[in-house]
Design a protein around this ligand. Structure first.
Ligand code: GN1
Ligand code: MG
Length: 366
């Protein structure tokens, strides 16, 4: 595959010198485009996973709508739109993607340099900045009127996930179910609790808004002073509940270990990080979240972590068709680590609720 040739299909301003692979995303393949003599990346190019994103053109439309809305907001507040918003680079034919001869979809955006991305939130201050970043993102898109296409139906919808789950378990395609009785019971014993939350979204008590849906810490760029700059990886921008963004962030930020840690003792939920993120997040969002959203904020951390346990375990039972894996037991390992995190959240749930209440009261009285 000639990456330079593929990159040449985009409206890139400059001569492409080399294209190098970057990172280890679970879903897409990412590359960096360099100009001659340049040691810093100039553009970022991705091959989008078309098995997961079955409608890449609609996905790119969604991303573009969100990017241009954010760009307007950044300009309004005298920010730098080239650094505080993502800039999609269209193909020569003006499409937001290029489809190669093999039918693969590619997309390019401007690389924002002099930034830092983190794999974990080591300090409450960093978590505060991350929370502010997600809060700012949600606030900026809270008045977006243009509809987004639902390119991932049921993405953080647990009713939909239970449907997938029931189907995969009924099929048990690679015969892994028998040895997973205990792990399966982790999912089943919490089914009603999780569905009861989702019913509030279905009946509108918890509203849907424009949300990011993949708020892991490594999807935020910080500037070199540690302040939040820009939210990236917009593949999953959708109409969903803000709580999914908060919950997914807490799943990744508060984990004292790795998402797939082999040492389960290293995995737990760090409340100081939870508090830092909550302070930053609510400082931006308290003005528009309703009472139900605030009431369920802490719960959303458990909800998304639970969903992740289910998704990893389901992929394992299904024979590893969704997530990229590094070894045959990788999805199982991820399941155990995420379950450990979930139980740590469950034990500390009363404190998590207390923290949300305290932060909320402080902000209201300020
Ligand atoms: C995937 O692409 P990446 O690694 O940012 C996944 C998320 C999961 C995450 C688990 C489209 O995100 O939902 O939470 O892996 N994205 C999709 O780390 O399924
Ligand atoms: Mg990502």
């Amino acid at each position: 595959m000639d990456l330079i040739k593929i990159a040449a299909n985009f409206r890139i301003e400059g001569t492409i010198d080399r294209v190098e692979p970057m990172g280890e995303g679970f879903i897409n393949d990412t590359f960096i485009i360099y100009f001659p003599g340049s040691s810093v990346p100039n553009y970022l190019m991705q091959r989008k996973n078309k098995r997961i994103f079955t409608n890449v053109p609609a996905m790119m439309e969604n991303i573009q709508k969100v990017c241009s809305h954010i760009r307007k907001k950044v300009i309004e507040k005298n920010g730098d739109p080239m650094r505080e918003a993502m800039t999609i680079v269209p193909a020569i034919d003006a499409k937001l993607y290029y489809q190669d001869e093999e039918g693969e979809y590619w997309a390019v955006c401007v690389f924002i340099s002099d930034t830092e991305a983190y794999q974990s939130a080591k300090t409450p201050e960093l978590a505060y900045q991350g929370g502010k970043g997600i809060g700012m993102f949600q606030k900026m898109v809270s008045d977006m009127n243009e509809p987004l296409t639902d390119i991932l139906p049921g993405f953080h919808n647990i009713r939909y996930r239970f449907n997938q789950w029931d189907n995969v378990l009924a099929k048990d395609p690679v015969g892994r179910k028998a040895k997973l009785t205990q792990e399966i019971s982790w999912i089943e014993s919490r089914r009603a609790e999780m569905l009861n939350f989702w019913i509030l979204v279905e009946n509108g008590e918890i509203p849907t808004r424009v949300t990011h849906n993949d708020t892991k810490i490594n999807n935020i760029l910080f500037d070199l002073n540690g302040e939040v700059l820009c939210v990236i990886d917009l593949d999953t921008v959708l109409n969903s509940t803000c709580l999914n963004d908060f919950g997914d962030a807490m799943r990744s930020y508060t984990n004292t270990g790795e998402e797939d840690d082999e040492n389960l003792d290293a995995v737990s939920c760090d409340l100081a990080i939870f508090e830092g993120f909550t302070k930053g997040y609510l400082s931006e969002t308290i003005g528009f979240l309703n009472e139900k959203e605030l009431e369920y904020l802490a719960f959303s951390a458990k909800y998304i972590t639970y969903e992740q346990v289910l998704r990893f375990l389901m992929d394992y039972i299904d024979g590893d068709n969704y997530y990229k894996i590094k070894n045959p037991e990788h999805n199982y390992q991820r399941t155990l680590a995420q379950y450990k995190l979930l139980t740590s959240m469950e034990v500390q749930f009363p404190q998590m609720c207390r923290i949300v209440k305290d932060v909320e009261e402080k902000l209201r009285s300020a």
